[in-house]
Design a binder for this molecule. Sequence first.
Ligand code: NI
Length: 158
Amino acid sequence: MTEAARQELIGQIAEAPARLRAAVEGLNDEQLATPYRPGGWTVRQVVHHLPDSHLNAYVRFKLALTENTPIIKTYDQDRWAQLPDSEGVPVETSLRLLTSLHERWVHLLRSMSGEDFARTLNHPDLGTLDLNRMLALYAWHGRHHVAHITALRERMGW
Ligand code: NI
């Protein structure tokens, strides 16, 4: 991956908290309790899912930077989304958590060399991945979930 491509992806990760905040701006409790698609997570669960996922991602980067191809831990994201801290906590809490988390994560990402991004981890389902791949995966992940919310708002005319 080129340095320019990496910087573009890091920029997307840097912007993700503000984009998520903008996507839910002005939604009321009933709107936040609406599934983004039939049978899918509610908007609130999608918001809480982002720090759930990106906390794991941050830990995975740190493990890969400090150990040689560590075996990382997966988690059951659907069950996490049903725990009480995804149903009963205001979205603002996760917006703040994501903002703080991304500040540290992006600081780390901006300090990394090409050699650092070539470091690898071992994902039980996906095999050996380098940190370039992880960067691309999580830049996409933030955009993907923000789009779930903005598409719902468009469909509902909110
Ligand atoms: Ni996700």
